[in-house]
Design a protein around this ligand. Structure first.
Ligand code: PLP
Length: 383
């Protein structure tokens, strides 16, 4: 089975990890700050906070921005559940904004309409979490314009988008957001095994996130000084730390990130030219204002031109050895969210997306023969 995503591990990656294993510090050594600095340099951010997953990064990002019970977080239904769960972790209420059909990203038009209604009945969100689906940046300028008008904070869930760019900046520069979050799970564009990182231009937010990732403990600006052993817990934090073993892998992977993204775009170009005459809607991977990090390559069936159901096509591809996937099951349709009061029909564009989307294999190690196999399987499955 050709998987939909796969990591790319080099000898240099392995050596970097082994180095740390032979050193004095497996965690809380020099590698985590080194990785944070390297990511900041790459994306053009001022501060980076590495943690054990993007889920943890989203959680402490929400807390650092003051989200709590009585608060509200809005995100897109077409994402991984973690984009919404972070709001629930904080005791806040979660709601969704429907997508724009062309890209699957949160629709700024739908956002404007929903904000106007929320403003009228006093239910404006505190935090918006736009998700750069597949790695293609959302309309961040539009989101920031509405943030200035309605006063919400913005956390970019950039789990798919490291290596992508928006305007003349890399995703993560936080030009239009308070915080951006990356994931380094092995299917993502670069990996640390498990891992995540929050970047921000605000030093106070970075400091709060650093405190929260390690139990809420501080060693400076303490209220008293009992002696040289003394540290102080000032907030209820967590152990969300990244290990030095993984940070070293991250530094090594980051040095090849540009080549990963380039390889992904080369594969997307090949897919585009080989698939353009099939009854499919192909993804936007770049336009005048942005370039995708291309974590995912999601095609949608043009159902009016296909004589089979979405499920039949999906199953046929799997039977033919193509490990297709589906991004995403709309979050509001998950039983846990249905139980919170969401219903089928709430976000029609997201639900239509769910009825058409199929994620094709996309990773740097995908060979020309693999691409041939994917294209042949698609041709057979669609006819
Ligand atoms: C993968 C992913 C996450 C969670 O990342 P982890 O590092 O596995 O916690 C969050 N949001 C999106 C959109 C993702 O794809």
């Amino acid at each position: 089975m050709i998987p939909y995503g796969r990591q790319d591990i080099s000898d240099a990656d392995i050596e970097a990890v082994v180095e740390v294993l032979k050193s004095d510090f497996l965690t809380q050594g020099e590698q985590v700050p080194r990785f944070e600095q390297a990511v900041c340099n790459y994306v053009g951010a001022s501060h980076g906070v590495a943690v054990n997953s993007a889920t943890s990064a989203l959680h402490i990002a929400c807390l650092a921005l003051g989200l709590g019970p009585g608060g509200r977080l809005w995100t897109t239904p077409v994402s991984f559940v973690a984009s919404a769960n972070c709001g629930l972790y904080c005791g806040a209420e979660v709601d969704f904004v429907d997508i724009e059909p062309a890209t699957g990203n949160l629709s700024v038009e739908a956002l404007a309409t929903k904000l106007e209604a929320a403003s009228a009945d006093g239910t404006l969100p505190d935090i918006l979490v736009p998700v750069h689906l597949g790695g293609l940046p959302c309309d961040m300028a539009g989101i920031a314009r509405l943030a200035a008008k309605y006063g919400y904070k913005v956390i970019e869930d950039a789990s798919h988008a490291i290596g992508g760019s928006y305007g003349d900046k890399k995703v993560g520069a936080c030009q239009h957001s308070d915080i951006a979050v990356f994931s380094f799970h092995p299917v993502k564009t670069m990996t640390t095994g498990e891992g995540g990182l929050a970047v921000t231009g605000d030093s106070a937010l970075a400091e709060r996130m650093r405190q929260l990732r390690s139990h809420g403990i501080v060693r400076t600006e303490m209220t008293r000084d009992d002696g040289p052993w003394y540290y102080e817990q000032q907030a209820l934090g967590f152990n969300y730390r990244m290990t030095d073993i993984l940070a070293a892998l991250g530094v090594s992977q980051l040095s090849r990130l540009d080549s990963f993204v380039k390889a992904r775009h080369r594969i997307a170009n090949t897919y585009h030219s080989r698939l353009k005459d099939l009854p499919l809607k192909l993804p936007v991977v770049a336009d005048a204002s942005r370039t995708s990090g291309l974590h995912l390559y999601v095609v949608r069936l043009d159902l009016e031109r296909v004589n089979r159901t979405h499920r039949e096509v999906f199953e046929s591809l799997r039977e033919r050895g193509v490990g297709v996937n589906l991004h995403y099951i709309p979050i509001h349709l998950q039983p846990y969210y249905a139980q919170l009061g969401f219903n089928r029909g709430d976000f029609p564009n997201a639900e239509a997306w769910y009825g058409e989307a199929i994620t094709l294999p996309m990773y740097p190690g995908l060979t020309d023969e693999d691409i041939d196999a994917v294209v042949s399987a698609l041709e057979a499955s669609l006819s």
